[in-house]
Unconditional design. Structure first.
Length: 605
C-alpha cells in the first residue's frame, strides 16, 4: 500500500481510489493548481481532504453555504479529523477557539465562507500556516453558471496574496464557458484540468407521460410505497403545487415537508433540517431546494413537472444516490407543462437560448432511444451503447399504424377552422358536451364523438406524439390553438401513414415487466446483492444507526452511510477486526462503533 492509500483507509475506510482521485491528489501535493470537474457524488471532497491530512498546516476550504460546511465538518469529525467551520452562526467562543486552533496548527481543515475569508485576509489567514486553498462549488464564480455568487468573484485575490499556496477549484458544472471563467477569475497558474465522466450509472431514469393530476398522484404514491422509509425529493414548478402535493402525501400518512422561496428562512431551514435528520421522508420543493443538501442517502427524485433545461434536470436528479447506491428518478411529462414552459421561454429575455434548451429537454422526455445516451451526449460525452437502467432500455417502445387516429384528430382540427386547443379537441373527439362546445356548435361536426373509444388521457398522449412527429403545431400566440402542419396534411389526405407508439400504462405492463426483471438483474439487484442480504438485519442496523445518531445529534448518514449498512448486512462481520475491514469504516469509526454493531450482528448469525 502507498502512503496515500494508507491515509485513505485509516481516515475514510476506503480500500481504493475512484477514477482520477489519486492523480488529482498527487498533483495537488506537488503544490500545483488544479481544476476538478466531477459529477455530484463523484468523490470531490477526498481530493482536497486527503492532501490536507498529508500536509503541514491547515487547508482552507471556501464553501458558499453554511449547511454545506456543517455537513462536511460533521463527516470529517465523525472520522476523527480535526476540522471546523468559521461562520456567523457560531458563538463568539466557538469562533475564538477555532481561531486559536488554526494559529496553533491543530486544525487540519478550516471551512469558511467567501465573505469571511476576505474579512480575515489580513488577520487570521496571514498568521496561520495554510497548506492549500480549496474552492468548492467553484462555478459560483461565473455569471454563466446557475448559482452565481458575487462574493466569489473576489477570490481572484488569493493567488496574489498567497502566491505559494496551491489552489484546487471543484465543481459539478461542466460546461466550457464556466470552466474557462473559473480558471481566468481565480488566476489559476497553468492549472491541470481533470474532467471525469458525468455518468451516474446508479441513477435509474424513467419518464412517465401522465396528464391528469389524479393519475400523477396515484403514480407518486405507488412509487413511494416501493421505497418505504427512503428519503426523496419531489420537484414542482410552482409553490402552490409543492403544497398540494405535500398535502396529498400527508393525507396518505407520508411524512412530508414543503420548501420554496415563499417561506420564511426559519421555515425553510426547519424543512431542510427535518429532511437531513430523517424526521420527514419527503420534501416537495421548487428548484430553490438542493444546493445546501449534501445528504448522501436521498434514494429518489421525482419531477412533478418538466424542468426547463437538461442542466436543471441533471443537477436535480443528481441529488439522489450520492453514496453510489441504486436510486430512482421519475419525470412526469405532459403537454400542458410543455405549453406553459414554451410560453415562459418565448416571453423571457433570452428567448432563443431558452427555447433551444427547452427543446432539448423535450427531446429527452420524448426519446425512444436510451435516455442516458441522450443525457450524456448533451453534456458532450459521446456514449455509443445503451445503459440498461432507463425505461427505454428496460421496456422498448412498440409502434403501430395510427393513421386513423391521427386523421380523426386532424380532421376535427380542420373542421373547427384550427380555432381550438387540446382540451376542446379531446372533448369533441370523445363526444363530451360542454357549454362552450355547444355554443360553438361543435356537437354538430362530423367528427364529434368519433374517438369515443379512446380514453381522454390516451388522446392527450397521442396529441403529444403528433406534436413530436410534426403533424401539428401549437400557436402559442393564439391561445395555444392547434394548427395542422404540412406533414400532418399528408396524413390527413391519406398520402402518408402515421406510426404511433403503443401507450403502456403501469397496470397493463406490470406482469411483463416483472418477467423481464428476472431475465436481466437490474443494477439495484446486482449492487445490493439482495440474495445474500437479510432485510431484517438491515432494518436492525438502520435502527441502531438512528439511535447512535440521535445520541450524538447527528444526521444518520454521517454516522454511517447506507452503503456501509448494506455491506454490514451482507458480510456480517462479528469481530472488530472484520468490522474495520468494511469499506467506509476508518480507524476512528471502528473504535467508536465496532462494539455496538458486532453485538447486534452476532445476534443474527
Ligand atoms: P461530491 O462532493 O463529488 O458530490 P463526495 O465527496 O461527497 O462527492 O463523495 C460522494 C460519496 O462517495 C461519499 O459518500 C464519499 O465518502 C464516497 N467516496 C469518495 N471517494 C471514495 C472512494 N475512493 N471509495 C469509496 N467511496 C468514496
Ligand atoms: Zn438506457
Amino acid at each position: 500500500m502507498t502512503q496515500m492509500q494508507q491515509v485513505l483507509k485509516a481516515y475514510f475506510g476506503y480500500d481504493s481510489f475512484r477514477p482520477l482521485q489519486e492523480e488529482i491528489i498527487h498533483h495537488l501535493l506537488g503544490k500545483k493548481d488544479t481544476l476538478v470537474l466531477m459529477p455530484t457524488g463523484g468523490g470531490k471532497s477526498i481530493c482536497y481532504q486527503l492532501p490536507a491530512l498529508m500536509s503541514e498546516g491547515t487547508a482552507v476550504i471556501i464553501s458558499p453555504l453554511i449547511s454545506l460546511m456543517k455537513d462536511q465538518v460533521e463527516s470529517l469529525r465523525a472520522n476523527g479529523v480535526a476540522a471546523g467551520a468559521l461562520n456567523s452562526m457560531n458563538s463568539e467562543t466557538e469562533n475564538s477557539a477555532l481561531r486559536q486552533a488554526c494559529l496553533n496548527g491543530q486544525l487540519k481543515l478550516l471551512y469558511i465562507s467567501p465573505e469571511k475569508l476576505l474579512a480575515e485576509m489580513d488577520y487570521l489567514l496571514r498568521d496561520m500556516h495554510i497548506s492549500l486553498f480549496a474552492i468548492d462549488e467553484a462555478h459560483c464564480i461565473s455569471q454563466w453558471g446557475h448559482d452565481f455568487r458575487p462574493e466569489y468573484t473576489q477570490l481572484g485575490i488569493l493567488h496574489e496574496r498567497f502566491p505559494n499556496v496551491p489552489i484546487i477549484a471543484l465543481t459539478a458544472t461542466a460546461d466550457k464557458i464556466t470552466r474557462e471563467d473559473i480558471v481566468k477569475q481565480l488566476h489559476l497558474q497553468e492549472p491541470r484540468i481533470f474532467i471525469s465522466s458525468f455518468d451516474r450509472p446508479n441513477l435509474s431514469l424513467t419518464v412517465n407521460r401522465s396528464f391528469q393530476q389524479k393519475e400523477k398522484h396515484k403514480a407518486i404514491i405507488d412509487f413511494i410505497r416501493k421505497h418505504p422509509g427512503e428519503s426523496g425529493i419531489i420537484y414542482c414548478m410552482s409553490r402552490s403545487k409543492t403544497e398540494d402535493v405535500a398535502l396529498m402525501l400527508q393525507g396518505q400518512g407520508i411524512r412530508t415537508a414543503v420548501y420554496h422561496a415563499g417561506l420564511s428562512p426559519s421555515l425553510r431551514e426547519q424543512a431542510q433540517d427535518d429532511f437531513i435528520n430523517d424526521r420527514v421522508q419527503v420534501v416537495c420543493a421548487t428548484i430553490a431546494f438542493g444546493m445546501g443538501i449534501d445528504k448522501s442517502n436521498v434514494r429518489w427524485v421525482i419531477h412533478y413537472n418538466l424542468p426547463k433545461s437538461m442542466e436543471n434536470f441533471y443537477q436535480e436528479i443528481g441529488r439522489a444516490g450520492r453514496d453510489g447506491l441504486p436510486s430512482d428518478t421519475l419525470l412526469f411529462y405532459s403537454l400542458s407543462d410543455l405549453i406553459l414552459l414554451t410560453k415562459f421561454a418565448t416571453e423571457s429575455g433570452q428567448r432563443k437560448i431558452n427555447i433551444e434548451k427547452l427543446q432539448r429537454m423535450q427531446q429527452y422526455a420524448e426519446a425512444d432511444i436510451c435516455r442516458r445516451r441522450i443525457l450524456l451526449n448533451y453534456f458532450g460525452e459521446n456514449r455509443t451503447y445503451d445503459c440498461g437502467n432507463c425505461d427505454v432500455c428496460k421496456n422498448p417502445p412498440e409502434r403501430f399504424d395510427g393513421t386513423i387516429i391521427v386523421q380523426k384528430a386532424l380532421s376535427a382540427i380542420a373542421r373547427t377552422e384550427q380555432q381550438i386547443g387540446t382540451r376542446m379537441l379531446v372533448d369533441i373527439l370523445r363526444g363530451n358536451l360542454n357549454a362552450e362546445l355547444k355554443e360553438k356548435g361543435y356537437h354538430q361536426l362530423k367528427t364529434y364523438g368519433v374517438g369515443r373509444e379512446i380514453p381522454a388521457r390516451d388522446w392527450q398522449d397521442y396529441l403529444l406524439q403528433m406534436l413530436q412527429l410534426g403533424y401539428i403545431e401549437v400557436a402559442y400566440n393564439e391561445n395555444n390553438h392547434l394548427k395542422i402542419a404540412p406533414a400532418g396534411r399528408e396524413v390527413l389526405f391519406g398520402r402518408e401513414h402515421a406510426s404511433l407508439v403503443v401507450i403502456k400504462r403501469e397496470e397493463k405492463t406490470e406482469g411483463k415487466k416483472r418477467r423481464r426483471k428476472k431475465e436481466t438483474p437490474t443494477l439495484a439487484q446486482s449492487l445490493e446483492n439482495a440474495n445474500t442480504e437479510s432485510t431484517d438485519l438491515f432494518e436492525a442496523l438502520r435502527a441502531l444507526r438512528k439511535r447512535l445518531a440521535d445520541e450524538e445529534v447527528l444526521p444518520a448518514y454521517i454516522v454511517m452511510s447506507d452503503k456501509v449498512l448494506h455491506l454490514l448486512a451482507q458480510q456480517r462481520p462479528t469481530t472488530i477486526e472484520a468490522f474495520g475491514n468494511i469499506s467506509g469504516i476508518g480507524e476512528y469509526k471502528k473504535k467508536k462503533y465496532g462494539k455496538d454493531f458486532i453485538e447486534l450482528i452476532r445476534r443474527f448469525v
